[in-house]
Design a protein around this ligand. Structure first.
Ligand SMILES: Nc1ncnc2c1ncn2[C@@H]1O[C@H](COP(=O)(O)OP(=O)(O)OP(=O)(O)O)[C@@H](O)[C@H]1O
Length: 535
């Protein structure tokens, strides 16, 4: 509904002003708006009323209030996978290699082998693999609902034997197997092959489990176990009790620049780590940024992440399982094509359906910083087409709030360049390269060649400590969540924590013995040392 309002508001021109020119690389003439004018009016309008929006000089205000209750949670409809161009490669999945019935079935069933491209292990491989010892949902007691995703709930659960707390992400198999894309027209639906769509959903389900199982970073959520039964898939994740950044943004409205710069550094650190491993995150938004008990930011939800085919995932570093197959779970991330993500935080090249690369994550970071500083992302709209239209119309780039420092304006301007070739290539210019930058600057003309870590907004960040994880271990983040009892999940929306969790461990018996369980191979157990390290 707020989007409908945005559409109306967007037509009105509200005294755009020009920011003062800034030194160095900072772009002059950035369009800005006056927050004081807007906020003065919003003081009296705690809630945006669609029928009676806040006004300034008789005009509705093109600015979503930063007050509690007006922030809109990104919803499932915002995820918009659409037609994938034909040149996209099929992506191999994995399965439990020791399940002979499944293998025989796969060997016979050309349909599934072709469409899912599941690798068949060699006989030696089969012999060497043993069934993974996994957990079952009945080992855990539900405590509270923490969140709800497209395919199921995320619950706070307690291990019945150890009393340890985990976040359990449940994904309903039936939903994954039958979900229709609600954002598509009938014609588009018909055009797309059902099997390919199913394949995509399966790929994404496996990608989350596979990618998380090989990552160990202080700003990335940890996966301890994954398993499945007849009805659901389960990811047993480290419980991050400080709640979503979204939750805190709702409370604070906007955040100050020092806090935003700190989170920007932590997120960048996680993104760079992922990019170096050939992974594009693709779903950066306030709902996916959680705060841990010491106030450090932790990225969750790797359901849209993509790993390059060139990087084999046979190095499940933390796994004790010996039956984990060598698997490939991605296209080459140098050029991706699937249109996916939450459109407000999505790079224009993705919205346009053009090939894109890891740089799309840096555009999303720009959107997230903009959101933290101003109360909403730079472009909003009912769907990705509306957002794209707004981006394209904005010849000079998004309106950067006038009240931001020149340094922050500069950061936003370079991250939010709609033209990928002009956007800051943060991965390339990540750290200072001794004496090389001046030469590069001359050579590359308009390209931003100064290094990211030395940017003015990061002047208070000790990158060495941050990258080594010491900062996260030894200091508190800028917002330390109030936690009186971990089981109360006080920093999560009551919209979720008040939800019932009945059917928590229902395991609908699947009598269809002819069907292949496409989720074989999902189970995973982190190594004992890894588990011990984090408990
Ligand atoms: N490890 C965790 N600790 C605490 N809360 C979590 C954790 N993982 C997820 N959550 C909560 O559950 C919510 C939904 O999780 P997640 O985004 O992974 O689900 P999803 O199915 O991918 O959702 P969506 O479809 O909206 O992307 C999160 O926004 C967060 O509030």
């Amino acid at each position: 509904m707020i989007f409908a309002l945005d559409e109306e508001l967007q037509k009105l021109n509200l005294n755009p002003s020009t920011s003062s020119p800034s030194p160095g690389d900072i772009e002059p003439n950035l369009p800005t708006f006056h927050r004081s004018e807007v906020e003065e009016t919003l003081e009296t309008d705690d809630e945006l009323d669609i029928t009676n929006p806040p006004h300034l000089n008789g005009q509705p205000i093109p600015f979503t209030s930063s007050k509690i209750g007006t922030r809109r949670r990104s919803s499932r409809i915002d995820k918009f996978p659409v037609l994938t161009p034909t040149n996209v490669k099929h992506i191999p999945l994995t399965y439990d290699h020791n399940d002979d019935v499944v293998e025989e079935e796969l060997e016979r069933s050309s349909t599934h082998i072709d469409t899912l491209a599941i690798p068949i292990p060699s006989t030696t491989e089969k012999k060497n693999r043993k069934k993974s010892v996994s957990r079952t949902v009945r080992d855990f007691k539900p405590v509270r609902v923490l969140g709800q995703g497209a395919y199921g709930k995320v619950l706070l659960v307690k291990d019945k034997s150890s009393s340890k707390l985990y976040a359990m992400k449940q994904l309903r198999k039936a939903e994954i197997l039958i979900t229709q894309d609600v954002t598509k027209t009938k014609q588009e639906e018909n055009e797309e092959d059902e099997e390919k769509k199913l394949q995509k959903r399966l790929e994404r389900t496996f990608a989350e489990r596979s990618i998380l199982s090989e990552l160990e970073h202080p700003n990335i959520v940890k996966l301890f176990y994954s398993f499945h039964d007849n009805s659901k898939l389960y990811l047993l994740l480290q419980y991050i009790p400080g709640g979503e950044l979204f939750f805190h943004l709702k409370e604070y409205g906007t955040l100050d620049e020092t806090t935003v710069a700190y989170y920007a550094a932590e997120i960048s650190c996680a993104l760079k780590f992922l990019h170096d491993k050939g992974i594009v995150y693709r779903d950066l938004k306030p709902e996916n940024c959680l705060l841990n008990e010491t106030g450090h930011l932790v990225l969750t939800d790797f359901g849209l992440s993509k790993k390059s085919v060139s990087q084999e995932v046979n190095s499940e570093l933390n796994s004790e399982d010996t039956d984990t197959p060598t698997e490939q779970i991605g296209e080459n991330v140098d050029t991706l094509h699937s249109i996916i993500g939450t459109p407000e935080y999505c790079a224009p090249e993705i919205l346009k359906g053009l090939p894109y690369d890891r740089n799309c994550d840096w555009y999303s970071l720009g959107c997230l910083l903009y959101d933290m500083l101003s109360g909403k992302p730079p472009y909003t709209g009912v769907d990705h087409k509306v957002i794209l239209n707004k981006i394209q119309k904005d010849k000079t780039g998004p309106k950067i709030p006038f009240y931001l420092s020149d340094g922050m304006k500069d950061m936003l301007t370079w991250l939010l360049k709609k033209d990928r070739s002009k956007r800051w290539d943060v991965d390339k210019y990540w750290a200072p390269i001794a004496n090389n930058n001046k030469k590069l600057k001359k050579k590359n003309g308009k390209e931003r060649t100064s290094d990211f870590q030395s940017h003015f907004i990061f002047r208070k960040i000790d990158w060495n400590l941050l990258e080594s994880g010491e900062l996260q271990k030894t200091t508190m983040g800028p917002i330390v969540p109030i936690i009186t009892d971990l089981e109360l999940a006080e920093n999560f929306d009551s919209e979720f924590t008040s939800m019932s969790y009945e059917n928590f461990d229902e395991d609908i018996l699947n009598n269809d013995t002819n069907s292949i369980d496409m989720f074989q191979g999902f189970s995973y157990k982190a190594s004992g040392s890894y588990l011990e390290k984090y408990f």
